[in-house]
Design a protein around this ligand. Structure first.
Ligand code: IPM
Ligand code: MN
Length: 366
């Protein structure tokens, strides 16, 4: 396979975790005889300071030409961010425009903690049971994130608003993605909502119920988002299977899920659109530990696995990366943030040692 890939390293720990992810991609390229041409481009807060925009025109052109995009986390320390005018901050000025540009509506966020790694979780091992295996699918280009916004003093009173809108098509297409996934995996689907209060949630449920009719073989239920937040802590494996979420609720519950499996460093993600997709870790740029070679690169390397699987149609290569990743933990290694509060004694790896260990596992296996 011959593909062109845009690489947006981002800010903070971005460059160091992307470096490890690219090592892993190189190992896959060599082992399977693919050719991946990488085009690096500036993106994020640092790009604002060097180029005057967090998503410069040159970067847009590189992304437009690429088959797929690898994106690291973005954002600098608070004081530095405060120097950036709101419309140029990386969230509003780069991430949302990237999602909108490629209409990346389906955000896959797998939440996986096998039984053997139960000690990573802050929860009691009994609650992890046979393991957590949830595929959260978050709608990524609709809802309150993309609605009309108003802020600042209005005539006579101070006032702000964020509109939340969902159209039939927006809900339907992501629901279909989720049901297809549940059918393939032969697992249940849980639909998350806040229909006791929100009109958009009542509408969301109507459309999802309608899509569900075409998938009679998929066990399907709907769960209020506040209850889901509670269940996730009380009985996380009760949510095993596919979990479908709208944008804002998905943002919150995927972070909670990261906490439950022990670290946001274990949360890779793929943002898939009709024509173009990109991958990114679900966490931020952790400026406080940037440049120290201690960040956990799992989420970035896992995002490479998701890219192979979801964006390039290379399931064997993806499986190879997943196995190599999990094998690092089976070999008795861990990372700094996972080791905090850990009951088991594991050897702590640096960012680059972790990447090397994954590469070693990929190369060793024929
Ligand atoms: C995420 C992030 C983003 C979001 C921010 C950085 C805009 O938190 O990808 O989960 O809210 O979607
Ligand atoms: Mn988030």
């Amino acid at each position: 396979m011959d593909k062109t890939i845009a690489v947006l390293e981002g800010d903070g720990i971005g460059p160091e975790i992307v470096r490890e992810a690219l090592k892993v991609l190189k190992a896959i390229e060599t082992k399977y005889g693919h050719r991946f041409t990488l085009n690096h481009a500036p993106f994020g807060a640092a790009a604002y300071f060097t180029e005057g925009s967090p998503f410069p025109e040159g970067t847009k052109a590189i992304c437009d030409e690429a088959d797929v995009i690898i994106k690291g986390p973005v954002g600098l320390a608070v004081e530095k961010m405060n120097e950036i005018p709101p419309e140029h901050r990386p969230e509003i000025g780069a991430i949302l425009p990237l999602r909108r540009r490629y209409d990346t509506f389906a955000n896959y966020r797998p939440v996986r903690l096998p039984k053997g790694l139960a000690s990573f979780s802050p929860l009691k091992p009994e609650l992890i049971g046979e393991g957590i295996d949830i595929l959260m699918i978050r709608e990524l280009v609709g809802g309150i994130y993309f609605g009309d916004k108003l802020e600042g003093p209005q005539t006579g009173m101070r006032y702000a608003k964020d509109d939340c809108t969902y159209t039939d098509d927006q809900v339907r297409r992501v629901a279909i993605v989720a049901f297809e996934e549940a059918r393939k995996k032969a697992c249940p689907l849980t639909n998350i909502h806040k229909a006791n209060v929100l009109a958009t949630s009542r509408f969301w449920n109507q459309v999802v119920d309608d899509v569900a009719k075409s998938y009679p073989e998929v066990p399907y239920r709907s769960l209020l988002v506040d209850n889901a937040a509670y269940q996730l802590v009380k009985y996380p494996r009760g949510l095993n299977g596919v979990v479908l979420l709208e944008n804002m609720q998905g943002d919150i519950l995927t972070d909670e899920a990261g906490g439950i499996i022990g670290s946001l460093g274990l949360m890779p993600s793929a943002c898939v659109g009709p024509e173009k997709s990109y991958v990114e870790p679900a966490h931020g740029s952790a400026p406080d530990i940037a440049g120290k070679n201690i960040a956990n690169p799992y989420s970035m390397i896992g995002s490479i696995a998701l890219m192979l699987e979801r964006c390039l149609g290379l399931p064997d290569e993806a499986r190879d990366v997943w196995e190599a990743l999990f094998h690092v933990f089976s070999q008795g290694y861990t990372t700094v943030e996972l080791a905090e509060g850990e009951s088991e004694t594991r050897k702590v790896l640096t960012t680059s040692e972790f990447g090397d260990a994954v590469v070693g596992n990929i190369s060793r296996k024929a």
